[in-house]
Design a protein around this ligand. Structure first.
Ligand SMILES: [Zn+2]
Length: 245
């Protein structure tokens, strides 16, 4: 451990003692957490804004992310699993109980079991503007700032709309748009705005398909009106003032 504050649950000494010798049997994902299934525990890693996970030969520190190395795991094949994080917002959890870290997460939006009815009934209990509510991980797991902005453009909904004013057609548009933009992001290998890289080190391509995110003053792909950027619940928010009502 090179940066103790990246560890959310342990001191470096206790973390190293507890994880040493455990075997990774499976790696899954829940919301924005990457979940390592270990012999006795789960290790969860949240990349936050700039985290990167990759495997390198041990002792080789020539990779471009290695200068921001925060935690490194020596594997039995003379390689290391490395967690690098420029801005140090990422977090590593080690726990026998998954619920302790991710018990409050909402459903997975791409799950077949997650229906329009689920979405509508979960939203009916909420008050406030639609964009910040979409970012609430207890409503839905995994929707971040980029995908909330993109989904609301696809659904033609103003991010400042009060949830209580959305009619059934609009809720349906948002539900389908969220699933569409997330699936598109996966299909395009993720969005590389700054530091995000795939495990093989290459960049994602989804940032080339944005309609509104990071496109302030550029023309809306639909109506050519310049995209507006505002701050909503402390998050940069991009939308088309004509298409989104
Ligand atoms: Zn437009």
């Amino acid at each position: 451990v090179f940066w103790a504050r990246e560890l959310a649950t342990h001191s470096p000494e206790l973390f190293e003692a507890q994880i040493k010798g455990q075997t990774i049997s499976e790696i899954t994902r829940r919301g924005k957490y990457i979940v390592f299934h270990l012999t006795h525990d789960f290790m969860l890693i949240h990349l936050k804004m700039t985290g990167r996970l990759y495997v390198s030969p041990a002792e080789d520190f020539s990779g471009d992310a290695d200068r921001w190395l925060r935690v490194s795991f020596r594997l039995e094949n003379q390689h290391e699993l490395r967690f690098a994080d420029t801005r140090k917002f990422g977090r590593v959890y080690l726990t026998p109980s998954l619920a302790e870290v991710i018990g409050k997460l909402g459903p997975e939006p791409l799950d077949d079991a997650f229906t329009l009815n689920d979405f509508t009934s979960r939203l009916a209990k909420r008050h406030g503007r639609i964009k910040p509510i979409l970012l609430d991980q207890t409503l839905l797991a995994g929707v971040g700032n980029i995908y909330a902005d993109e989904a609301l453009w696809v659904a033609r909904i103003d991010p400042r709309r009060e949830v209580s004013t959305l009619n059934q057609d609009e809720l349906s548009m948002i539900y389908h748009a969220v699933r569409q933009v997330l699936q598109q992001g996966i299909d395009n290998g993720g969005s590389t705005i700054d530091t995000y890289r795939k495990p093989d080190g290459s960049k994602g391509e989804n940032q080339e398909r944005f309609n509104v995110y990071d496109r302030m003053d550029q023309p809306c792909p639909e109506c050519l009106t310049p995209i507006t950027k505002i701050w909503l619940a402390q998050r940069g928010t991009h939308y088309c003032p004509v298409c989104q009502t």
